[in-house]
Design a protein around this ligand. Sequence first.
Ligand code: NAD
Ligand code: WQD
Length: 337
Amino acid sequence: MDKTILVTGGAGYIGSHTCVELLEAGYKVVVVDNLCNSKSDSLSRVEEMTGHNFQFHLADLRDMAAMQLLFKREKIDAVIHFAGLKAVGESTEIPLAYYQNNVGGTANLLEAMNEYGVKDIVFSSSCTVYGAPETLPLREDFPLQAVNPYGQTKLTIEYMLKDLAASDADWNISILRYFNPVGAHPSGEIGEDPLGIPSNLMPYITQVAIGELEELSVFGDDYDTPDGTCIRDYIHVVDLARGHLHALSKLEENPGLIIHNLGTGQGYSVLDVIKGFETATGKSIPHRIVGRRAGDAPAVYDDPTLAEKELGWKAELGIEAMCRDAWNWQQRNPKGY
Ligand code: NAD
Ligand code: WQD
C-alpha cells in the first residue's frame, strides 16, 4: 500500500485512533492539527504503538497559505477530515467561532484539495444532524434538522459537500454520521482527554471512578424510556476508526457522494452505561438523579444496515469493551496525556 492519507485533526480523540488503524493497514499518514483541543503526545504515542513515523504539520485549517503549502509539499491521495470544534454548549456561546473554524476551515481545506487535484475525502459528521428524532432507528434518508450551532455547522458542511459533488463528478465524498464514540485503544496508550470537566457521559464516569470527580449527575429519569433515563447509541472508538478505512476503500470505486451512519444500532440508557461500567470494571460509580439537561433527546440510536451493506463495516465491540477500555485508558493516564 503506498497511499498517503492526510488526517486533519489527527491529534484528537477519533483522529489518533484512526491514525493507528491506517498505519497498521499499511497506509502512509500525514497529520495536520493546530492542537487547540489536543496534545502532540497522542501522535508520539501513535508512532510508538505502530512503529511507524509520519509527518505532522502544526497548522490551522483557517490558514489558507499553510494549507496550500501542505498540499504542495506532500503527495496526498485522500483526506480524512476530523478537524473541528465539537462542544455543543460552547457552540451556543461562541457560534461565530464555530462557523469560522468548522465551516471556514473546511472550505479552505476543500479549496486547497481542489487546487492540488485531491478529490477524495471522508468527513466526520454527527448524528446531531438528525436533530430530535421522531422515528427510530435513524436511517440516513431521515429528515435533517440542527438544534444547536455545532449541529448547524455539520449540516452546513454536509450541504457544501453535496454542492461540490454535484458540481464536479471527480469528487468522491464519504459523509460519516457518528453516534456516541466512547472507549479507547485497548493498549491504554491513547484515549479521550477532554480539557477541564467533561461534558460527555463516559469521560465523566471514568473521572468519577478514578476519584477526580465526586459523583455523576444523571440528567433526568423522567423520560419516556424503560428506566426513564436517556438512551444513546454508544460506539467503541476503535470500531469507529475502522469504519473510516472501509469508507476510504469505498471511495476507490468512485461512488460520488455517499452518506452512512456509524453506530451499533443498540441503545443503552444512562443507567445501563453506569451498570455496564460497574460490571466491566468492578468500580462503583456514585451517582445522583438531577434535572434534565436542556436539549437532550430522550432516545437516539441508528439503523446500521446501510453501512454494513455498502461499506462492509459493522461495529463489533460491545458496551463491556467500551467501558473496560475507557477505564484502562483512565487508569494508565489518570491526568490524561
Ligand atoms: P477532538 O477535539 O478530540 O479532535 C479534533 C481535532 O481537531 C483536535 O485535535 C483539534 O486540535 C483539531 N482542530 C480543531 N480545529 C482545527 C483547525 N481549525 N485546524 C487544525 N486543527 C483543528 O474531537 P474528536 O472527538 O476526535 O472529533 C473529531 C471529529 O468528529 C470532529 O469533527 C467532531 O465534530 C466529530 N464528531 C465527534 C463526536 C464525538 O462525540 N467525539 C461525535 C460526532 C462527530
Ligand atoms: C449522553 C447521555 C446525557 C453527562 C453529544 C453531542 C452529539 C455528539 C455526541 C458530536 C445523555 C447523559 C451526560 C453527564 C448524564 N457529538 N449525561 N450526565 O449529548 O448524546 O451527544 O456527543 O457530534 O452531537 O451532543 O452525549 O455523552 O453528553 O450524553 O446524565 O454528566 O448521558 O443526558 O443522555 P450526547 P453525552
